[in-house]
Ligand binder design. Structure first.
Ligand SMILES: [Zn+2]
Length: 309
């Protein structure tokens, strides 16, 4: 196994009850599993924060051991409730990438509404672009299938088209489904920051950046960075591309991040960072997305496999 740095990607956390049947289950890790994972990592890796990792790369230092970076995307409130106490207990550095439109409550992620809609009905029927969609929703499997199809449809529509599609779904009962405190407030963020958690930007509205206009892309990145700096008063140097796959961020996005002085940016491309080649790739870092369905042995297996790929 080559000496490497592994960047893990998390989204949401939960106490572990009532999530087994959720179609977006893979994005939610239970607090208990998270403890097990950090415990395993603490015996096999050394934890490092993203800023220290960047500094290490800039100075051309070798780590001398395998390192792991904990990253959390979007800024869900459950990060504060379930992940933050565990991170503190293990003294583990971590970074949370904030989607500022969601933090401000101006924008709302459709994922949570879609999950709630699909779990509340036995059938979903609608017409979109002259095609009729009928999803049966009688079992967990059917709900999962509908969720993956519907997510794909929504992700690939833009601006007005997406708004129109969401309006069509509103007719089926989508609107205002998820409620309660879904995202971190600025005061939660400040408390976590003072306790050592780092924060990065993750756009305003969470678009597929590579597929919007250049001006929109620049606005999404730059304004989310500036807003976090203004609200919290620290310099934002790290960024995460929404969705993060190959069609989500390319050279245009990597270059813009560099232009505005960001020091690192993470994708969701699978991979580890090897010591020799990552000085130049700090603006397109690969990660391993932790699947909420994995048990601890699957987690260990995944971590070991990726290190040997
Ligand atoms: Zn995201």
């Amino acid at each position: 196994m080559k000496e490497h740095t592994l960047i893990l990607l998390y989204h949401q956390f939960d106490e572990g009850k009532n999530i087994q049947n959720r179609p977006d289950r893979k994005l939610i890790v239970s607090q208990n599993e998270f403890c097990w994972q950090l415990d395993y990592l603490s015996h096999n890796y050394s934890f490092i924060g993203i800023s220290d990792f960047v500094r290490q790369k800039e100075q051309g230092q070798k780590a001398g051991k395998n390192q792991v970076i904990i990253t959390i995307d979007d800024g869900h409130y459950d990060n504060y409730i379930y992940a933050f106490p565990v991170l503190k207990r293990y003294s583990v550095p971590a970074i949370i990438y904030l989607c500022t439109g969601w933090i401000n409550g101006i924008e709302k992620p459709w994922r949570l509404d879609v999950v709630s809609l699909l779990q509340s009905q036995t059938e979903l029927k609608f017409e979109w672009k002259k095609k009729e969609y009928i999803f049966k929703l009688n079992s967990v499997k059917e709900v999962q299938y509908a969720y993956s199809q519907l997510s794909c449809l929504i992700v690939h529509e833009y601006d007005e088209q997406r708004e129109t599609l969401l309006n069509v779904l509103n007719e089926c009962g989508l609107k205002k489904r998820s409620n309660g405190k879904l995202f971190l407030s600025w005061s939660d963020i400040l408390k976590m920051y003072q306790a050592g958690i780092e924060f990065g930007a993750h756009t305003i509205t969470h678009p597929l950046l590579a597929q919007i206009t250049e001006n929109q892309m620049k606005k999404e990145i730059f304004r989310s960075v500036v807003e976090i700096e203004k609200k919290i008063g620290f310099k934002v140097e790290h960024f995460a591309y929404p969705y993060g796959g190959e069609n989500a961020a390319q050279n245009r996005e990597f270059n813009f991040c560099k232009t505005i002085g960001l020091k690192s940016a993470v994708t969701t491309q699978r991979g580890i960072c090897l010591d020799d080649c990552y000085q130049t790739k700090l603006l397109s870092l690969p990660r391993l997305s932790v699947n909420g369905i994995w048990n601890i042995s699957e987690f260990i297996e995944q971590v070991r496999t990726i290190a040997n790929e």
